[in-house]
Design a protein around this ligand. Structure first.
Ligand code: NAD
Length: 484
């Protein structure tokens, strides 16, 4: 059968291949539930072959000079850019994310390759004056074979931007794409095959429970980088620990607070709260500021504006540039969001807008939910504590700064946070007291290349997107030259 998206092979050792078991998983468009493509259902045997290829390839890759390796990475980036429209088409169809903001993903992926290509010269060791007569020095060496396990919301961007540091450090890579939006990885397989030496970049699609697990439990893959849910992150730490001593970094979920002080403009805060929810990806963004904490003096004015803006978002075809929000990514996501609506019916929060599947024939099929706002959300409620990873904004209120900080910190998460005030002392004090890894003052949502991103508490371990991400894909080797 022919599919709208025809790419259906993974990349192992420079070859475009189907899975060893010959099976496929079908990919569906979340807006229509139509089958649009298929991806190989990889196996543990495929992971073993990818490991063998990567293990054979990395020494030569690591032996390239920084300029040579950087040039290969930049060429990879340009090859991706040349196919940007194809990636965009696949990504929008497979994820349900809206087309206009999604254009940024390929650009960000290419920029990350360029950024880390330029940093390779910074893989420096140190000389340490431990004794007067000898020489003590450190070298930075790659792990060899490293793996990236990626979530469904920005599959191409994570497969490229979050492997660039691995490649820069001289490693060969195995990418495990998400099972509900794997199709862009299969075009990526074709581009990477042309741009990079065989075995340096491998892609194995398939279920987390088999392919992901085989990667995590492979004794030869010591360095694993994961982006996904806290539950899976913890399962990965457990499995990895059962087989070997591994370096596992985790970028997990968030229940991120946006604290607005009474000196801020209600119009600006309302617009920021809506932007911070990332409705263009249906709220499916780890950094979404999904808890809006409003000072009581501005609470009603901001809430009214937020509700009006959210109720006015245009739901529809993600390919239509006028659309503000598409469907959530999968049936699982859909059921999860609906379950939050159900819980909220009985918890004492106030539904302000949304809270259901949109009415009408055009939304009868597909994973549609309305963008939603609840007010009077409190720390005892599921909506306060659990990441929805969907288009639900929870609003709470506070009186004192201490109360605002306590509310902000009253979940197990600590990924991002935002503080809005014109008072510099309040801004910095609160920013420092929020137990989150990434805080915006008078901002929200943006990531900046080179600026570390990652979570505190159960939102993760490790920092990505800056130079320390590249260093984290190396091990230090100490050499003592005894001269005395
Ligand atoms: P998920 O945890 O369900 O899956 C992520 C990946 O892990 C998928 O590729 C999946 O196949 C794989 N996997 C599943 N079980 C596995 C196992 N036992 N062993 C190895 N791999 C396994 O997450 P998701 O639903 O795809 O993504 C949503 C989550 O990702 C949210 O919690 C979100 O906050 C988080 N996220 C975090 C960041 C960040 O940078 N902190 C960015 C995006 C998404």
């Amino acid at each position: 059968m022919a599919y709208a998206i025809e790419h259906d092979r993974m990349l192992i050792g420079g070859e475009l291949v189907h899975a060893s078991g010959g099976e496929f998983d079908l990919s569906i468009n979340p807006a229509t539930e139509e089958v649009i493509g298929r991806s190989p259902r990889g196996t543990a045997e495929d992971v073993e072959r990818a490991f063998a290829a990567a293990d054979a390839a990395w020494p030569a890759w690591a032996a390239l000079t920084p300029s040579e390796r950087g040039a290969r990475m930049r060429a990879f980036g340009e090859a991706l850019r040349a196919r940007a429209e194809d990636f965009l088409r696949i990504e929008v169809a497979d994820t349900g994310n809206t087309i206009t903001p999604m254009r940024g993903d390929v650009g960000h992926a290419v920029d990350s390759l360029t950024y880390y290509a330029g940093l390779i010269h910074e893989l420096k060791g140190e000389t340490i004056p431990a004794t007067a007569e000898n020489l003590h020095l450190t070298l930075r060496e790659p792990y060899g074979v490293v793996a990236r396990i990626a979530p469904f919301n920005h599959p191409l961007m994570f497969a490229v931007a979050r492997t660039a540091a691995m490649l820069a450090a001289g490693n060969a890579v195995i990418v495990k794409p998400p099972e509900t939006s794997p199709l862009s990885a299969l075009l990526l397989a074709e581009v990477a095959r042309e741009a990079l030496p065989a075995g340096v970049f491998n892609i194995v699609t398939g279920p987390g429970a088999t392919v992901g697990n085989a990667i995590v439990r492979h004794p030869g893959i010591k360095r694993i980088a994961f982006i996904g849910s806290p539950q899976t992150g913890r399962a990965i730490q457990r499995s990895a620990a059962e087989v070997a001593v591994k370096h596992v970094t985790l970028e997990l979920g968030g229940k991120n607070p946006l604290i607005a002080f009474p000196d801020t403009d209600p119009d600006i805060i309302a617009a920021t709260a809506v932007r911070g929810m990332n409705f263009s990806w249906q709220g499916q963004s780890c950094g979404s500021t999904s808890r809006l904490l409003l000072h009581e003096d501005i609470h009603d004015a901001v809430l009214e504006r937020v509700v009006s803006a959210v109720a006015g978002l245009r739901l529809g075809d993600p390919f239509d540039p006028a659309t503000d929000m598409g469907p959530v990514n999968s049936r699982i996501q859909h059921e999860k969001v609906l379950s939050f609506f159900e819980t909220a019916r009985h918890d004492g929060s106030r539904l302000m807008t949304g809270g259901r599947r949109p009415p009408g024939e055009r939304f009868a099929k597909g994973f549609w939910v309305e963008p939603t706002v609840y007010a009077d959300v409190k720390p005892g409620m599921r909506l306060w504590q659990e990441e929805v990873f969907g288009p639900i904004l929870s609003v709470g209120r506070w009186k004192t700064v201490d109360e605002a900080v306590e509310l902000a910190n009253s979940t197990e998460y600590g990924l991002t946070g935002a503080v809005w005030t014109n008072d510099i002392r309040n801004a910095l004090n609160v920013a420092r007291r929020i137990r989150s890894g990434h805080v915006w003052i008078n901002g929200c949502s943006n990531h900046f290349l080179g600026v570390p991103f990652g979570g505190m508490k159960n939102s993760g371990v490790g920092r990505e997107e800056g130079i320390e991400e590249m260093i984290s894909y190396t091990e230090a080797k100490t050499i003592n030259i005894m001269l005395g």
